[in-house]
Design a protein around this ligand. Structure first.
Ligand code: ATR
Length: 288
């Protein structure tokens, strides 16, 4: 039974009922996740349907209760519900608890389990698709909100030489420094005075584009040949990616991160890991 707001997309033809999943957000109709999971399902022969579910801003828990009461097996959670998803679940993985947010829910034995696959998705995209080995490198994160918090621990686990979190509100960056410093060399900084340390990777984890604001690329803080990476994808990432390319840096948006976190989610639900390269190719061709 579909929950209110659920728009089903049958992604694989099989007789009988199929396991149901959805991406839950507000707004969510633009999400590429149903298409990505449809491609994974086809490639692995898994029988499932994956829909979008737009929950009311004040109705995430009720929407999830209805969704799972109807027999659904799992959900990906996107903005603005990732923090709420963590408290909604009966239990959570360590990486979700460390991130303070969940983008993954699974129904198992009558209980809802939460996880966070965003950080693993970013690391996989950087290392496998972008050819950027994190170990020993100097990394700069712009922004200190939920998007930044979710990826700091997985990045530190890859042993970078330095990880500086620069934020407009410096206190939030310092809070993240305090929260994560036991895990590695993380420091908070002011966005207006980023230390010029020759960063080899700059990650845009701000929501500036969502507000229609322009984010200055901190050119002077970057090493020659640095990679500029926007964790958003599509239109939201365009200005940052274009500015970085115009300044002579390598740049990409977060489409690869989206596909890699989806693969991680798919494997957790289905026990089989889909190949991501063909899906990335297909999505890249669509927007070319
Ligand atoms: P999210 O969960 O998407 O990270 P968030 O928790 O609201 O959302 O955090 C948004 C981040 O983008 C914050 O780091 C915010 O900076 P402040 O903490 O100073 O608010 C940052 N941000 C948003 N708009 C920005 C802008 N125009 N310039 C610089 N940083 C911006």
């Amino acid at each position: 039974m579909a929950a209110p707001g659920e728009r089903a997309a049958r992604v694989n033809y099989h007789d009988g009922p199929m396991d149901r999943y959805a991406v839950v957000g507000h707004p969510v109709s633009h999400s590429l996740s149903p298409r990505i999971h449809a491609l994974f399902a086809r490639a692995t022969g898994e029988a499932l349907e994956y829909a979008t579910l737009e929950a009311p801003l004040d109705g995430f828990a009720a929407a999830m209760r209805a969704f799972f009461a109807g027999g659904a097996r799992g959900a990906n959670v996107t903005l603005p519900f990732k923090v709420e998803a963590l408290s909604f679940a009966h239990s959570a993985s360590e990486r979700a608890r460390v991130a303070g947010a969940a983008n993954f829910l699974a129904a198992r034995g009558g209980r809802i389990e939460a996880d966070n696959t965003d950080g693993a998705g970013l690391v996989a995209d950087l290392e496998r698709n972008a050819g950027f080995a994190i170990r020993g490198r100097r990394i700069l994160i712009l922004g200190a909100g939920g998007a930044a918090r979710g990826v700091i621990a997985p990045l530190l686990a890859c042993a970078p030489a330095a990880l500086v979190v620069a934020n407009r509100t410096t206190a939030r960056a310092r809070e993240l420094e305090a929260r994560f410093r036991s895990l590695g060399p993380v420091r908070g900084a002011d966005l207006a005075s980023i230390p010029r340390e020759g960063f080899e990777l700059v990650l845009n984890a701000t929501s500036s584009s969502v507000h229609g604001d322009r984010l200055e690329l901190p050119r002077a803080a970057l090493a020659q040949g640095a990679l500029a990476y926007d964790m958003a994808y599509g239109k939201s990432a365009q200005a940052f990616v274009a500015a970085a390319r115009a300044a002579g840096f390598r740049a990409c948006d977060g489409l690869g991160m989206l596909v890699e976190q989806a693969a991680e989610s798919f494997e957790l639900w289905r026990g089989t890991r889909p190949a991501t390269a063909p899906v990335l190719e297909e999505l890249a061709a669509l927007r070319a």
